[in-house]
Design a protein. Structure first.
Lengths: 278, 308, 407
C-alpha cells in the first residue's frame, strides 16, 4: 500500500489535481448548504403557515398572506395556558436545577471523594437513559404510591432530568480553572462564602449560564417525560401533540415562530457577548 | 494499515489527573454537602422509580383489583415473545437513522471545521437553527412537508412523476427520516468538535510525508475524528431507538416501535407490569449495548465525550 | 369575517360549511328498528334515593366548575360556556383533555379508586367499555334528578333511560354521534355508499380505519355481514381475520384516533372511518360524510360527575342548563352532532330564517339534517355498541386490539 504514496504527490500537484480539489471543496460546500436547506425547510413551512389566511379548521393549503393570527395569538385560551405552563415550569425547574447542578458540578470538578465515581456514573446514566424509560419509571412510582399527577410532578421530573446536564456542564468549567486564584483569595483572608461569591462564582459563571440555558431548553421542549407525568396539566408540546388530531391551529405556528425568534436572538446575543469577552 | 500513531494533540479532558482536594483542610465534608441535594433528588426521582419499576415489572394483577408482587418473570418472556419484532424494528430503525446521521453529518462537519474559515460558528449555528423549535412541532412540520400533496410530493404528483399509490408518509422511510432529522445535531456536534480539535500541523506533516489527500484523510483525519463519531453514536442511538413520537406521527401500522408499545401498554391498557417489564428490558438492552460498545472501543473518550 | 352585518342571534360561529348532509343508501330495512329501545343490561349498581340524598347532602354551589371534554365539542370562542358563566355566576375551566376513552380511563382510575379528585367536576365519556367500568366501580356521582328539571322536560325520548345507564342514574347525554365514512371528494371520484369500499383494493394505501377496538371491531363485523350489537365471539374472529387481511394487503394506510380528520382533509387518506359531526365542524371543505348502507354505529357521549368532584352542584347546574333548548341550540349549530334536545330544531330553523347568505344555507341544512335530527327510520339502521361483560371484554380486546398495533 505504501508504495503508491510516492506517485501520488506528482499527480496531485498538477492543475488537474488542483481542479479536482477545488471541485471537491465546492462539492462539500454545496452539500453543506443543501443540508442546511433541508434542515430549515420544515421550519420555513412552520413560519410560513403562521401567515396563512386560512378559513376553517385546517391549515395546510396556502390561501394568502395575513397577520390575523399574530393579532389573535391569545385567542385560544387552552393554548395560552399551555404555553404559560411550559414557561413557568421551565423557569422554576431551571432555577432549582441550576442551584443543585452547580453545587454538584463544583464538588465533582474540584474534590476527590469517596463515591465520586458512583456519582459520575449516576449522572451518566441519567443523561443516557432513554426518556421513555425515565417517564415510565416515574409513572410507575406515582402509580405505586397513588400520587396525583399534575404541575408539581412535571416540575419534579424536569428538575430530575436536567440536573445531570447542568452538573456536567459546570464540572467541565471547574476542571479548567486555576485553583491558584482561589488560594490567593484565601491567603488574603477571604472566608469561604466571600471566596465563593467574589472569586469562584464569577469564574464558573459561563458554565453555570450555559447549564441554565440547557436546562431551560430541555424543559420547554420536553414531550415524552412530561406526557408520562402530566395528569391533566397541559404544556405547549403536549397541546401541539393533542391538536394534531383535529388540525393544528395557526396560532401554534405563530407561537413556535415567536419562541424560535426569541431563542435565536438570545443565542446570537450570548455568542456576541462571549466573543467580546474573549 | 492497522495501528496509527497516537495523536500528539493535547487532551484537556478533565480526567483523574486534575487537581484534587487542594486547600481543603477543613472541607472534608464539603464535597458531600455539595453533592447531597442533587444526589437526594436523583435518588428520589431517578433511582427509586427505577427500583419501583423493576418491582412493578414482576407483579401481576390489573388496574381495578390492584397489582400484587408475585415475581412473575413471565412478564419478561411474554413481553419478548409478543413484542420481539417491535424490539428488533426499534434497534434496526435506530441503526438506520444513526447511520444516516453519520453519513449526513460527517461531510458537513468536515467542511465547516476545515473550510469554514471565519464563518465557522455561523455555519454551525445554521445547522443547529431548527432545534430552536420544539421537537413535537418540528416533527409535525416535517410531516406537513412529507404529505402526499405537500410542497415536495405534491408538485411531483401533479406532473405525473410518481406512481399511483406512492406515498412516503406513514411508511418506515418517513419514520427513519424523521428520526434522522430530529437527532442530527447530536451527531454533528461531537464530530465537529473532534475534527476541530485536530491540529492542522498533523495534517500538514502527513502531506509533507507525501500522503495524498485521500490518504491523509483516511490515515490521519478519520482516525482522529473517530472518537467524535463514537460519541455521536452513543448520543443518537439510544434516544432514536427508544423514540415513539416519530413512529406515531410519521409511521403506519407496520412501523410500530417498542416505544409505542410501552406507551400504549401504559396509557391505553393500563397494563403496568408488562409495560414496566418492556421499559426495563429496553433500558437494559440499550445501556448494556452502549457500555459494551464503549468497552470494545477501549476508550474512556467515548463516555467522556458523551457527557458533554 | 362578515359577522358584523347579519349579526345572527347568540353569537353564531364563523361561516363554515355544511355540505350535503345525507344518509347514504336507502335500504337497510333488514336491520331491526330497536335502536333506541331499552335493552335490559341490568345496572349492577342500583341507586336508591337514599344514595342520592346521601351524596348530595351538604354540597353547595361554589361558583367554580372544571370540565373535561373532547376536542371539537365547544365553539371556538366558547360562546356557550360564556353564556353559562354569565347566567349562573360560575367560573368554568374548560379543557379538551379527552382524546381517547381508554387512556382517559387510565388517567382517572387511580385517583378515583383512591378517592382523590381528578381535577375535574364534569367529564364527557362515550357509552363504551370505560364508562361501564366507571359505573360498575362506583366512580360516578348518582345524579339528583330533582335538580334536572330541564332534562326531564326536554330530553328526547331516545335519550332517556338508555340501556347503558338505566334511569340515567349517573349520566345524561351530551351528544350522540354516528360512526360512518368520511371521504375527500377531491380524490374519490365515485359515490361512497358501502363499508365494502373501505376494503376495496383500488384504494390501497388510501384507507383510514379507527384504532379504537370497539369501533374497528364493529366495522369488521359489518364487513363480514354480522350485526355488531348481537355478535358472538365467532363473529369477532371472522371480523378480525377480515380486518387483518385488509391491513396486510396494504389497503389500510393508518389506524387513527381522531387524527383521521387531519389525514382525510389533506388527502393522505381518501376515505376513512369517521364520526358524523367531525366531518362538518372540523374537517376541510372537500370532506363528505356518509352512513354506509350496511349501517353505521350510534354512540352517545355522556356527561357525568366523578364521585370525587369538588364542585358537583355546579356541574349538575351546567347539565341542566344545557337541556334548555335556547341554550343548546347554538352549541348544536356548531358541533353538528345529534342533539339530545329535539326542541332545538325550531330554534335553529328560526335562526336560519333570520340569517343571510351561506350562514342561512348552513343552518337550513342543519335543521333538516338527518345527522343532527335523525328520524326513527334513520335510527333503525344504526347499531349500538355491543355491551360486554368483563370476561367478554378481555376476549374482545385480545382479538381486536392487536390489529391496529400491527401485530
Amino acid at each position: 500500500m505504501t508504495t503508491t504514496t510516492t506517485r501520488a504527490p506528482a499527480a496531485e500537484a498538477g492543475p488537474a489535481g488542483r481542479r479536482r480539489r477545488r471541485f471537491a471543496g465546492n462539492g462539500l460546500r454545496i452539500y453543506t448548504f443543501l443540508l442546511i436547506g433541508w434542515l430549515l425547510l420544515p421550519i420555513a413551512v412552520m413560519i410560513l403557515f403562521g401567515f396563512n389566511d386560512t378559513h376553517g379548521k385546517q391549515n395546510f393549503r396556502w390561501e394568502g398572506f395575513t397577520l390575523r393570527w399574530y393579532a389573535h395569538l391569545l385567542d385560544k385560551e387552552d393554548l395560552t395556558t399551555a404555553v404559560v405552563n411550559s414557561l413557568t415550569i421551565a423557569l422554576l425547574s431551571t432555577a432549582i436545577t441550576t442551584v443543585l447542578g452547580t453545587l454538584a458540578g463544583l464538588a465533582l470538578g474540584r474534590y476527590r471523594f469517596r463515591g465520586k465515581g458512583a456519582t459520575n456514573l449516576v449522572l451518566f446514566m441519567a443523561i443516557s437513559c432513554p426518556e421513555i424509560v425515565m417517564g415510565a419509571s416515574l409513572l410507575s412510582m406515582f402509580v405505586t404510591f397513588n400520587l396525583p399527577r399534575g404541575y408539581l410532578t412535571i416540575l419534579v421530573a424536569h428538575v430530575m432530568f436536567s440536573i445531570a446536564f447542568v452538573a456536567v456542564t459546570v464540572r467541565a468549567r471547574v476542571v479548567g480553572l486555576d485553583p491558584a486564584v482561589e488560594e490567593a483569595a484565601q491567603d488574603l483572608g477571604a472566608g469561604p462564602f466571600t471566596r465563593f461569591r467574589l472569586v469562584t462564582l464569577p469564574m464558573i459563571m459561563p458554565g453555570v449560564l450555559s447549564g441554565a440555558l440547557l436546562a431551560f431548553v430541555l424543559s420547554v421542549d420536553d414531550f415524552v417525560i412530561t406526557n408520562f407525568t402530566s395528569g391533566a396539566t397541559v404544556t405547549f408540546p403536549l397541546w401541539i401533540y393533542g391538536s394534531t388530531r383535529t388540525g393544528t391551529p395557526p396560532q401554534v405556528n405563530v407561537m413556535g415562530t415567536l419562541i424560535f425568534a426569541v431563542g435565536v436572538v438570545i443565542a446570537v446575543l450570548s455568542a456576541r457577548r462571549g466573543l467580546r469577552r474573549r | 494499515m492497522t495501528a496509527h500513531e497516537p495523536p500528539a494533540t493535547p487532551d484537556p479532558s478533565g480526567g483523574p489527573g486534575a487537581a484534587g482536594g487542594r486547600g481543603a483542610g477543613r472541607g472534608r465534608l464539603a464535597p458531600y454537602l455539595l453533592v447531597l441535594p442533587s444526589g437526594l433528588w436523583l435518588l428520589a426521582f431517578f433511582a427509586v422509580p427505577m427500583v419501583l419499576m423493576a418491582s412493578l415489572s414482576l407483579q401481576t394483577g390489573n388496574l381495578i383489583d390492584g397489582f400484587r408482587q408475585t415475581f412473575h418473570w413471565a412478564n419478561y418472556s411474554d413481553g419478548f415473545s409478543t413484542y420481539g419484532d417491535k424490539f428488533a424494528r426499534s434497534l434496526w430503525y435506530g441503526l438506520l437513522a444513526t447511520g444516516a446521521c453519520i453519513v449526513l453529518a460527517y461531510p458537513a462537519a468536515y467542511w465547516i471545521a476545515f473550510r469554514g474559515g471565519r464563518n465557522k460558528s455561523t455555519y454551525l449555528f445554521l445547522l443547529l437553527l431548527p432545534y430552536f423549535v420544539s421537537f413535537v412541532l418540528r416533527t409535525v412540520s416535517w410531516k406537513l412537508v412529507l404529505t402526499d400533496n405537500g410542497p415536495v410530493l405534491g408538485p411531483l404528483r401533479d406532473h405525473g412523476l410518481l406512481p399511483d399509490g406512492f406515498h412516503v408518509l406513514d411508511t418506515g422511510w418517513a419514520v427513519v427520516s424523521g428520526l434522522t432529522y430530529n437527532f442530527l445535531p447530536f451527531m454533528v456536534l461531537p464530530i465537529y468538535v473532534a475534527l476541530e480539535r485536530i491540529d492542522p500541523r498533523v495534517v500538514e506533516a502527513a502531506r509533507d510525508l507525501y500522503a495524498s489527500r485521500l490518504q491523509s484523510f483516511a490515515r490521519v483525519i478519520l482516525p482522529l475524528s473517530l472518537p467524535g463519531v463514537f460519541a455521536g453514536v452513543v448520543m443518537t442511538y439510544v434516544p432514536v431507538s427508544a423514540d415513539y413520537v416519530n413512529a406515531e406521527v410519521l409511521g403506519g401500522p407496520r412501523n410500530t416501535m417498542i416505544g409505542n408499545v410501552i406507551q400504549s401498554e401504559y396509557f391505553d391498557n393500563s397494563a403496568y407490569p408488562v409495560a414496566s417489564a418492556l421499559s426495563f428490558s429496553l433500558m437494559a438492552i440499550l445501556l448494556l449495548g452502549i457500555f459494551a460498545y464503549a468497552r470494545t472501543l477501549g476508550t474512556q473518550d467515548v463516555l467522556e465525550a458523551a457527557r458533554r | 369575517m362578515n359577522d358584523d352585518h347579519a349579526a345572527p342571534p347568540r353569537g353564531l360561529p364563523r361561516p363554515r360549511r355544511r355540505d350535503v348532509l345525507r344518509m347514504a343508501g336507502a335500504a337497510g330495512a333488514g336491520l331491526a328498528l330497536a335502536a333506541c329501545g331499552v335493552e335490559g343490561r341490568g345496572g349492577k349498581e342500583k341507586v336508591s334515593s337514599d344514595d342520592v340524598r346521601e351524596y348530595w347532602r351538604g354540597k353547595a354551589r361554589t361558583g367554580r366548575l372544571s370540565w373535561a371534554n373532547w376536542p371539537g365539542y365547544m365553539e371556538d370562542d366558547r360562546a356557550t360556556l360564556k353564556a353559562f358563566e354569565k347566567a349562573n355566576g360560575v367560573k368554568v375551566t374548560y379543557k379538551e383533555v379527552i382524546q381517547e376513552s381508554a387512556p382517559w380511563f387510565g388517567k382517572i382510575q387511580a385517583p378515583l379508586a383512591a378517592g382523590q379528585s381528578i381535577g375535574f367536576d364534569l367529564m364527557v365519556m362515550t357509552n363504551g367499555i370505560q364508562l361501564e367500568k366507571c359505573r360498575r366501580l362506583g366512580y360516578l356521582a348518582p345524579l339528583d334528578h330533582a335538580r334536572l328539571k330541564n332534562f326531564a322536560a326536554n330530553a328526547g325520548p331516545g335519550f332517556k333511560n338508555p340501556s347503558y345507564d338505566p334511569g340515567n342514574a349517573f349520566t345524561v347525554p351530551y351528544v350522540s354521534g354516528i360512526t360512518g365514512i368520511a371521504y375527500n371528494t377531491r380524490y374519490v371520484k365515485e359515490e361512497i355508499t358501502s363499508i365494502a369500499q373501505l376494503f376495496d383494493r383500488r384504494y390501497k394505501g388510501r384507507v383510514g380505519m379507527m384504532s379504537d377496538s370497539q369501533e374497528l371491531g364493529n366495522f369488521g363485523m359489518f364487513a363480514v355481514g354480522a350485526d355488531p350489537e348481537k355478535s358472538t365471539p365467532a363473529d369477532w374472529e371472522k371480523a378480525a381475520a377480515r380486518l387483518r387481511r385488509q391491513r396486510d394487503d396494504g389497503i389500510v394506510r393508518k389506524y387513527y384516533t381522531q387524527d383521521y380528520i387531519d389525514a382525510v382533509s389533506k388527502g393522505d387518506v381518501w376515505l376513512t372511518m369517521a364520526w358524523s359531526g367531525d366531518a362538518y365542524s372540523l374537517a376541510g371543505p372537500d370532506v363528505e360524510f356518509v352512513v354506509p348502507k350496511e349501517g353505521g354505529t350510534i354512540w352517545t357521549d355522556c356527561m357525568c360527575i366523578p364521585k370525587t368532584a369538588e364542585n358537583p352542584v355546579d356541574a349538575l347546574a351546567l347539565m341542566d342548563w344545557l337541556y334548555d333548548p335556547a341554550n343548546n341550540a347554538p352549541l348544536t349549530e356548531f358541533i353538528n352532532y345529534i342533539t339530545p334536545v329535539p326542541a332545538t330544531r325550531p330554534i335553529i330553523a328560526r335562526d336560519a330564517a333570520a340569517a343571510t347568505g351561506s350562514e342561512r344555507k348552513d343552518l337550513e341544512r342543519l335543521s333538516s339534517s338527518p345527522l343532527v335530527f335523525p328520524s326513527a327510520a334513520d335510527l333503525g339502521r344504526l347499531r349500538h355498541y355491543r355491551s360486554l361483560t368483563q370476561d367478554e371484554e378481555a376476549r374482545y380486546q385480545k382479538i381486536f386490539e392487536p390489529i391496529a398495533k400491527g401485530s
